[in-house]
Design a protein around this ligand. Sequence first.
Ligand code: PFF
Length: 448
Amino acid sequence: MPKFSSKIGVIATTVGSAVGLGNVWRFPAEVQANGGALFLFIYIICIFLFGIPVMTAEFALGRGGDSDAVSVYGKVTPRHKHWALTGALAVLASYLILSFYMVVSGWTLEYLLQSLSGNLYAADAADKTAFTASMGRYIAGTWRPIVMTVVMILANLVVLLRGVRGGIERISNILMPLLFVLLAVFCGVSLSLPGARQGLEFFLRPDLSALSPSTVINALGQAFFSLSLAMGILVTYSSYYPATTRLTRTATTVALLDLMVALLMGVIIFPAVMTFGLADSDLAGSSLVFVTLPEIFARMSGSQWWSALFFLLLTVGAFTSTISLAEVSVSFVKTRWGVSRRAACLWVCLPLLVLSSVCSLSVGPWSGFTIAGLTIFDFLDTIATNIMLPLGGILLCLYMGWVAPERFFRAQLTNDGAIHSRALTAIRFIVKWVAPPLIFLILVWQFV
Ligand code: PFF
């Protein structure tokens, strides 16, 4: 497999995958719905207790197997080839997630362009109903959302075609620092708002009445989603890690940076929501990003520029995440069928044009067509995120805990004995004994 050229490249690409829409639109809503600081506290424990160990296990599998997310299993344990099915599940899930995630990344691009042109803030009475209506109108449209999605797919294609070093690593090295600068700017602005103190209190106020088993389960689910676990992404990216990369340290750095972005998002959003006196419901999912935030920007001077910067931040976050989701399939197609990178990129991106367009239409003109009461978009989201992701997580942990030889795990964590790994025993214990039953609990919990 090709290798990333520097330590910075390793961190930038992996953080680029982890930091995405999950940090911006999922995290604040989860915190708010699950009792503020209490959820945060449990979330942080989940990151350390499960996130970092499972991430390290994925890195070990990817770098040690040195192949795509499916073939690694046969390479590590040639006698247990059928475990490749776990990899196939991950490739399929990441492709399905990609198909609707790409549509949302198209929306962020549209809002970036609408902010730059000033159209988003053109209406005199820029209130919630106006923004709700304009978002509804936009999403329900036929062509425009598809065009934006196609633009994002083509942008992905351009980076993917340039390869692991010249494309993925290079763009991440440029975009990740930009993302952190933008975050810092927004933190400064938000903390200087009059409602900052109140907002932070709201963000960090522990609400014990909200504590229930589902708080823990939601926190664990959010940790998996946000860290891009069990999707084949980390296996694929770590197959590009050089032999000298310290896996436990990298997993810790990536997890902490992802956590930092989520926390900064809270610091940005809650003071703003408090200052402008919005309701709890304004924090939920897509309405937070596409309705509540524009409403806040509309009340600030220089609305259109702040708005453009924010949607730039979001587009960048989504872009580096879609690249990582797509690379799982590119790497798989390329290795499995021995085709050129160019052919593999086309095989991945051309069907995606159709699949993502269908997803886009399914929340617009085709919204009447439902499967189990859900639009195609929501159906894919539910199946992939709530079922395939935890299932993949369990199988991955079982494989690394019980099937892959211990000496393989040890060799990867110690870089073949070159470094000492104090965390090895703890990580293996968690992956073997603790993570599988707990993730199983998440999987089952949603059905009871
Ligand atoms: N981790 C990224 C995010 O939080 O947005 C991207 C992502 C990867 C989302 C895998 C969902 C997922 F299943």
